[in-house]
Structure formats: C-alpha cells, structure tokens
Design a binder for this molecule. Structure first.
Ligand code: FAD
Length: 400
C-alpha cells in the first residue's frame, strides 16, 4: 500500500491548484486524474482562449454569486492579483476585455495549463487513475492510504472531459439537487434560417426574472451570454435532480428587442414617423430598432409584408409591431444539455467550512471547485471559483 499525506482527486483547475499549494507545505502529495491527460475542460474554456478570471473589485465580484458568503474567505485568500502573478512570474501576461473579463495575452488556454503543470514538480501525478472507492480514514481503490483527501472531481457536463454523475457519489457527503447551468435553450420554432444572427443588449424575461445581454440564434434555438446567464435562473426554478431525472422543459421566454424605448415612446414615435415617412417600407424602417438579418423573420412571424409602406399599415398591425418589439416570445422545449458549461448544485455548502473547505461531517475530507454547490454566470466567474477554492483547500489541508 502506498502512503501519502494528501491526495487530490481530479486534475482540473481546482484540483491542480489544490495540489500545487498543498505541495508548498507537504512533501507527500499525490494528484489522481482519471483521464490520460489533465485539464481537459480548462483547455476548452473561453473558446480555447481561457477567460481565466474576472477583474471586478472583490466586493462587486462577490455580489455576482448566489453563494457570496461562502466564497468570501477563499476570494480574499487567493486574490486576482495573486492568481495572475502565478502566471506572470512564468512570463504569461494578460489582457482585459469588456466586462472585466481576463484572458492570457497569448489567447491560448494551453499556456495556462502548461504553467500550472509546471508548478506540480513536487507532486506525484497519476493519470489514467480513476478513483472508484474511498474507504474511511482513507484508503483509495485499495491501493493508496492518505491522511487527507481533497475532492475536486468537477460537475456533470461535457462527459468527454471526465465529468460524470458518478463523481458525486465518491463520498457520503449530502448533496443539493444537481442541475444544468449556463445552458443554451432549444426552441419549438425552427430558427435555422436566422442561425448566427445576434441581438445585442436586449432584455430577456422568464417569469419575473430579467437578464440583459446578447442573444445568439443557433440551429436549434437560443444561446449567447444573455440566454445562458438566464438559464441558471430558469434551471434552478425547475424541480429536478440529475441524480434521479432529467428536467421537464416547457416554458416561454420573452425578449424586449427595444430596451431603449418604452411602449409609450414607441407609440409616439410610430405615430409621427408613420405619417412623416409614409412611403418608407416597414422592413427598412425597422432597421432603426432591429439587427438587419432578423427583420424578415420578425415580420414573417407577425404576418406583415416587409414591403408594405408605413402609411398603409393599419392601427392593429402597428400595435402588434410595438407589442412584439417589447415582448417577442419563444416557446422553449429543452435545454441543449450537451453544451451546458457548468453544473448547478453539488456538495451541500451547509456541511463545508468556508474558511478551510473541510467537511464539517468528515474530518480531513476537503472539497474544491465545481463539485461543490457553487456556480457563477459566464465571464470568468467559474474558473475564479475553481482556483480560489482549490487554493484554499490545498492550503488548509497542508497547514492543519
Ligand atoms: C466549453 C466550456 C467553456 C468554459 N469557459 C469558461 C471560461 O472561459 N471561464 C470560466 O470561468 N469558466 C469556464 N467554464 C467553466 C469551467 O471550465 C469549470 O467551472 C471548471 O473547469 C471547473 O473546474 P474543476 O477543477 O472544479 O472541474 P473540472 O475542470 O471538471 O475538472 C475535474 C477533473 O476531475 C477528474 N475526475 C472526475 N472524477 C474523477 C475520479 N473519480 N477519479 C479521478 N479523476 C476524476 C476529471 O477527469 C476532470 O479532469 C467553461 C466550461 C465549458 C464546458
């Protein structure tokens, strides 16, 4: 039987970070990864560019997360400055894009992974090693005994990266419902004719929840940052648990295509313009409000002929135009689950000490990353969770 002080299960960003930090204080650390290579999901992040974190000031940053109180200590322990300096010290700089999103200047997630792996020099790393059983106090797969374990096995989405529902059952720690997060939506209506078109900065509503952002039409439905951020709210509002069942998806979302105008302002503007620009065709007039490629689809849906001159549009059609500019609805019949970027739910935070990431039920058992009931919107917020909780788990496991 091999012996180690600390075993980290899972070679994603959370597990790699935990193993690095644990090895600063402890000489016998082992990292166990079931894939032949580590960080497969990390390599896919940001479209291969790796949106590594978000540079909002820490208080503002914490406010983005539903679980901000739990995350506070880990975010203060590994600040963004400290995180980025780990890479800058090895020669990798960063660029900031809109909404404080941070990417490596080389725009390659493989550069981020390579530097992280370089820090593992004092860690025994075992690939192709799937942890199947952890017996109390702690024996892994009947092969390795360890004093402490850090579980960083990730979520359920993108199974090709090593994630699976079974990863949640390695310990008997209580779990919250496991759900899809940051997931594109499948519409009843065929949108393939407008696939690739983006609506910029619209407001999307689901029941009473609203999110402002871009919507991208895909071949099967709706995606883009606005939609996938709203999907977290939607998914949480549905009653299901992937450990038992898939969600029953059938609801409506509405898009305010013209957030810059109220209904009343549109009424006034239409009344004036329909008189003064009477000869203008409606499809050209709508360019004032809508992305070019979307106008034909919009008018088809309203059964209004695009070449109709404004002066010939009757009151009923005018009101329908205004109503739909402010509230254009789509029936949603599914989550495009193969593209869900994160998992909502996981190890219940009620039984994890936020100052150490140690289980309050099982001493010497720690958790880090997406396996915990933690998630954020798109924009670098999820890797931020992985790195911060991984850092704190590695530090506490090796210091205590
Ligand atoms: C397409 C895509 C793009 C994304 N882009 C971004 C982005 O730009 N910015 C951002 O902040 N977030 C992004 N995310 C989310 C981010 O990638 C995850 O939140 C993050 O990878 C979670 O890290 P983790 O270490 O907790 O889990 P993971 O990265 O999932 O790593 C878990 C590891 O554990 C291993 N493992 C699992 N079970 C076992 C076992 N039993 N034994 C041994 N090993 C095991 C797995 O093989 C895997 O390597 C993206 C996600 C996807 C899918």
């Amino acid at each position: 039987m091999e012996e180690y002080d600390i075993a980290v299960v899972g070679g994603g960003p959370a597990g790699i970070m935990a193993a690095i930090v644990a090895s600063w204080n402890s000489s016998r650390v082992i990292l166990l990864e079931k894939n032949p290579s580590p960080g497969r999901k990390l390599l896919m992040t940001g479209g291969g560019r790796c949106n590594i974190t978000n540079l909002k000031p820490i208080k503002k940053l914490l406010n983005i997360y539903p679980q901000k109180n739990f995350l506070k200590h880990s975010f203060y322990t590994l600040t963004n400055e400290k995180l980025l300096s780990l890479f800058e010290d090895k020669g990798l700089g960063f660029i900031e894009e809109d909404d404080n999103r941070i990417f490596p200047e080389t725009e390659r997630s493989s550069d981020v992974l390579e530097i992280l792996l370089g820090y593992l020099e004092d860690v025994d790393v075992r690939y192709d090693f799937e942890v199947k059983s952890i017996v109390e106090n702690f024996i892994i797969n009947d092969e390795i005994t360890v004093d402490k374990i850090i579980i960083a096995t990730g979520g359920v989405t993108y199974p090709q990266t090593g994630c699976s529902i079974g990863n949640y059952c390695l310990t008997s720690q209580p779990l919250t419902d496991i759900k899809y997060g940051l997931v594109p939506l499948i519409t009843k209506k065929d949108l393939s004719g407008i696939a690739g078109i983006t609506l910029y900065d619209v407001i999307i509503s689901y029941n009473k929840s609203k999110v402002q952002g871009n919507v991208l039409f895909s071949h099967v439905g709706l995606t883009g940052p606005g939609i996938i951020n709203l999907s977290n709210i939607i998914s949480q509002s549905l009653s299901y648990n992937l450990l038992d069942n898939e969600p029953d998806v059938d609801f409506e979302i509405a898009i305010d295509l013209c957030p810059a105008f109220t209904r009343e302002e549109l009424q006034k503007k239409f009344t004036i313009d329909f008189q003064s620009k009477g000869k203008t065709m409606i499809k050209n007039y709508l360019k004032l409000f809508l992305t070019g490629g979307f106008i034909d689809f919009f008018l088809d849906e309203l059964a209004i002929e695009g070449e109709t001159q404004l002066s010939r549009i009757d009151k009923k059609s005018k009101n329908r135009l205004i109503e739909n500019l402010k509230r254009f609805s789509f029936e949603i019949i599914g989550f495009n689950k193969d593209l869900a970027k994160v998992t909502i739910g996981g190890v219940d935070l009620a039984n994890v000490n936020p100052k150490t990431m140690e289980s309050t039920l099982t001493p010497n058992l720690y958790f880090a990353g997406e396996v915990l009931d933690l998630h954020g919107p798109t924009g670098g917020y999820n890797l931020k969770i992985a790195f911060s909780t991984g850092f704190l788990a590695g530090l506490s496991a090796s210091e205590n």
